[in-house]
Design a protein around this ligand. Structure first.
Ligand code: SF4
Length: 216
């Protein structure tokens, strides 16, 4: 008899998606415990540890109880748990529109192709640039998105250069987002306009709505 599929879950909650092209959509968030990175600006350190082990059937039941269409699997770094792949496929099979928020440090090629992968590119300012798995860029599809979280102007210049060198906007949509209460959003907006960058400049809607806590 096969063993049940289990995952370490930090929290499951229903809120408004605060980022990416799905911004504003009522979304169920499944936050998986654990992350191998330690970005200097991390706002979800509480997800590094704790949570509880749940089986896939129970997770799907909780998600269904909200009656929502959009699901985001996040962390931590969800792909650090290998059963995350089973969870993503099961959510797609159940008919949800699914996105995955991932750090860019782990392989994304085994993720179900029905999932929209929102992949960070870690900048020098994050402190975790060395962990980037650059091969992931070759696996991107037009339904995925790249996200740069920018600490300062040096990060912006670095991201702009990479954008051009690697033709990133030809692969999928790209989001530039300022670190909350660190890089003034207006500065970033002015730089994007000045340089006519084909990126989506974005502030985190959930932070505006609910402040610097968990995304709700
Ligand atoms: S990858 Fe995400 S969860 Fe992990 S340390 Fe960086 S910001 Fe935090």
């Amino acid at each position: 008899m096969s063993r049940p599929i289990t995952l370490r879950i930090n929290e499951i909650f229903f809120s408004i998606q605060g980022e990416t092209s799905r911004i504003g959509l009522p979304t169920v968030f499944i936050r998986l415990t654990g992350c191998p990175l330690r970005c200097g600006y991390c706002d979800s350190e509480y997800a590094f540890y704790g949570g509880n082990t749940q089986n896939l059937t129970d997770i799907l039941q909780q998600v269904a109880s909200y009656g929502a269409h959009y699901i985001t699997v996040t962390g931590g770094e969800p792909l650090a748990q290998k059963r995350c792949l089973d969870l993503l496929a099961a959510l797609c099979d159940a008919g949800y529109s699914v996105s995955l928020e991932t750090s860019g440090a782990l392989a994304i090629d085994a993720v179900d192709p029905r999932v929209s992968r929102i992949m960070d590119i870690k900048t020098p300012g994050s402190g975790e640039l060395a962990k980037m798995r650059w091969e992931n860029l070759d696996d991107l599809r037009s339904t995925d998105e790249l996200k740069f979280v920018l600490v300062d102007e040096a990060d912006y210049v670095w991201a702009k250069t990479l954008l051009q060198e690697k033709n990133l906007t030809q692969r999928c949509p790209v989001v530039f987002s300022p670190v909350w209460e660190t890089l003034p959003p207006r500065d970033l907006a002015n730089w994007v306009v000045r340089d006519v960058l084909p990126v989506r400049m974005q502030v985190q809607l959930h932070k505006i709505l609910w402040g610097d806590g968990p995304g709700r």
